[in-house]
Design a protein around this ligand. Structure first.
Ligand code: AGP
Length: 603
């Protein structure tokens, strides 16, 4: 979480940093700030709120400087206000620091520094870093950074400048930091997206690397100079545009047919699956356990796909939330396959599970959107979901693409595992080819969804119900609505409601009932009747074959026909549009909901 951009070179540092922060807004947008050195003096500006606030503050300030550090924050310690915004300048005004991550032992360090007479202004963990460096600083900033970093515990990417030296120092530990090397200029950032317009030559810093930039750069690890490989990034960046849509989320929902088409082109060869970078038949035969681990929507996509492994490969799958899985006893060994799903490829908990799995010699597969991300680079195999830039915090096109790619992997796995015939795969792929057009049909029927959004927009609670695969879709629908409309939404296996939660149903409580499995339609109809009898207002998502549910619902949306494993991709389009319209009709910031960040890089 949080984003860092630091610059030293021939251009105006303020301009470069502000431009870089713009592309890091997905990492947080509670507050932002910069420090630059103007004639050997630190000038620091910071502001609570979105980046526009900082841009406004700096609008008429020239700030003639070629060296600076910048930050965009997602608050962990201390509320989102001007004082807690980064950079944090040491008590004596000599050192300025931006930080991404968490200093876990900050209270001990703060106590120590206070005893030495240092005073603190903010409630952040970061302020101890600038004060600690100042405490050690005699006449060599690098030496002071070495001594300070040795005392820090936790995760930290740091950018550091001082009044006393024309020098930029950066540190990377657990939180990502990339060094961009241009011609007589250097840029450091949490993500290549804010580097690529300056240079394509980058170094992905390793844990505990310390970069020292003066006229040139040196990298140290454990106080020893080290060489790191310069890699060429292969991305062309165009500034994201809404292309006529009101919000990025809306645009991204509408891009889903094309994302599926792109993946069909990449991974389907006539009627066979060709994942290119996957495990061989022998490797697959060696596995006896599969784990799918992820967070948030990526986890929901994982649960959907686990059904495909179990149905076709006949292998049990454990699907878990990364922040839980990382602390469990989980029997990983060389016969385990751990699948990590992540849009950003930087989610701290998911990355920790990946690293842990490798320690136990388990094989790892990453299903990722962002090229060059930590998870994509560190896994044994990586499959990209080809969703393109996802800007809105609420995941939409990445979610459906995650389902698709994990399902394709599961089918390929089942085939190599000898559990499914080629013919059956061919039939599934034949159906897959029709999915983009069918999504377009759903998108064109949006008006009924908008009508329902007007019914729920002023409600405080809503329940999503489903059985089997539809329950997994219910989970994603509830998450989507919560995160952007701030309505409390909960998902339940439809049969579970009467074990307690039905007590909450009263007149006009909205319910979304998802029913795509013909075998379970009668059960779903009964569950809908149970809530209707208590006054609930039911919007059902069903198919021609489960249409019976329409008769007991107040409103309904009939999905085009497909096979079981693709219905979650259809249901979610309806759920995404529902969340989108509800948020929009409430006048909320659809793309940047409160308290959230696109990429969660802290535990
Ligand atoms: C989804 O809408 C979210 N905002 C969130 O749950 C997200 O899916 C989760 O944080 C995982 O992110 P990742 O895919 O980048 O790992």
């Amino acid at each position: 979480m949080c984003g860092i951009v630091c610059y030293m070179g021939k251009r105006n540092a303020k301009e470069i940093i502000l431009e870089g922060l713009k592309s890091l807004e997905y990492r947080g947008y509670d507050s932002s700030g910069i420090s630059v050195l103007v004639n050997g003096k630190l000038k620091t500006y910071k502001k609570a709120g979105k980046l526009d606030e900082l841009n406004f503050l700096l609008k008429n300030k020239k700030l003639n400087s070629n060296i600076g550090i910048g930050h965009i924050r997602w608050a962990t310690h201390g509320k989102a206000d001007d004082i807690n915004a980064h950079p944090h300048v040491s008590y004596d005004g000599r050192i300025s620091v931006v930080h991404n991550g968490i200093i876990e032992n900050y209270s001990e360090l703060k106590k120590f520094l206070k005893e030495k007479g240092f005073e603190f202004k903010s409630s952040t963990d970061t302020e101890v870093v600038s004060n600690l460096i100042s405490y050690f600083y005699k006449d060599d900033l690098l030496d002071a950074v070495f001594k300070s970093v040795e005392l820090l515990k936790g995760s930290f990417a740091l950018g550091i400048i001082s009044n006393d030296e024309n020098r930029l120092i950066a540190v990377r530990n657990e939180s990502p930091l990339i060094l961009g090397i241009g011609e007589n200029e250097f840029i450091l950032s949490s993500d290549v997206s804010s580097i690529a317009h300056l240079t394509k030559n980058v170094i992905y810093l390793k844990n505990m690397d310390i970069v020292d930039i003066k006229k040139n750069y040196s990298i140290y690890n454990n106080r020893k100079k080290v060489e790191r490989e310069i890699e060429r990034i292969d991305i062309e960046l165009s500034s994201p545009s809404k292309e006529g849509y009101d919000f990025f989320m809306q645009k991204e929902i509408y891009e889903q047919p094309d994302v599926i088409r792109k993946n069909i082109k990449s991974y389907i060869n006539n009627f066979s699956i060709d994942l290119k970078n996957s495990f061989s038949k022998d490797e697959i035969k060696n596995f006896n356990k599969i784990y799918i681990v992820a967070c948030g929507s990526a986890y929901n996509a994982g649960v959907v796909s686990s059904y495909v492994f179990e149905k076709y490969a006949k292998i049990p799958v454990i699907c878990d939330i990364a922040s839980e899985f990382r602390y469990k006893i989980n029997f990983l060994d060389e016969k385990s396959l751990v699948i990590l799903i992540s849009q950003s490829g930087e989610t701290a908990d998911t990355l920790a599970v990946l690293r842990n799995a490798k320690k136990y010699n388990a094989k790892t597969l990453a299903i990722v959107n962002v090229y060059g991300s930590s998870i994509a680079r560190e896994a044994d195999k990586t499959l990209f979901i080809n969703a393109g830039n996802e800007i809105a915090v609420a995941s939409t096109k990445a979610y459906s693409a995650q389902i698709l790619i994990t399902e394709l992997f599961a089918l390929d796995f089942a085939y190599k595992f000898g559990k499914i015939e080629k013919k059956e795969i061919e039939n599934i792929l034949k159906e897959l080819k029709s999915i983009p057009e069918k999504i377009e049909i759903i998108l064109n029927k949006k008006s009924i969804i908008e009508d329902f959004s007007n019914i729920i927009k002023n409600k405080n609670h809503i329940f999503y119900l489903g059985r089997g695969l539809d329950y997994f879709s219910a989970k994603e629908g509830a998450l989507k609505l919560k995160e952007i409309s701030y309505i409390h939404a909960e998902s339940f296996p439809a049969g579970e409601l009467k074990h307690g939660t039905i007590a909450l149903i009263e007149k006009d409580t909205p319910i979304v009932a998802i029913s795509t499995d013909e075998k379970l339609t009668d059960k779903m109809v009964s569950n809908v009747e149970e809530v209707s009898a208590r006054g609930a207002f039911v919007f059902s998502i069903c198919t021609e074959k489960s249409k019976k549910i329409e008769e007991v619902s107040n409103m309904s949306f009939v999905l085009p026909k497909t096979i079981d494993i693709f219905y979650p991709i259809f249901s979610v389009i309806v759920e995404q549009l529902l969340a989108y319209y509800t948020s929009k009709n409430k006048g909320l910031d659809v793309d940047k909901p409160r308290n959230l960040a696109k990429s969660v890089t802290v535990e």
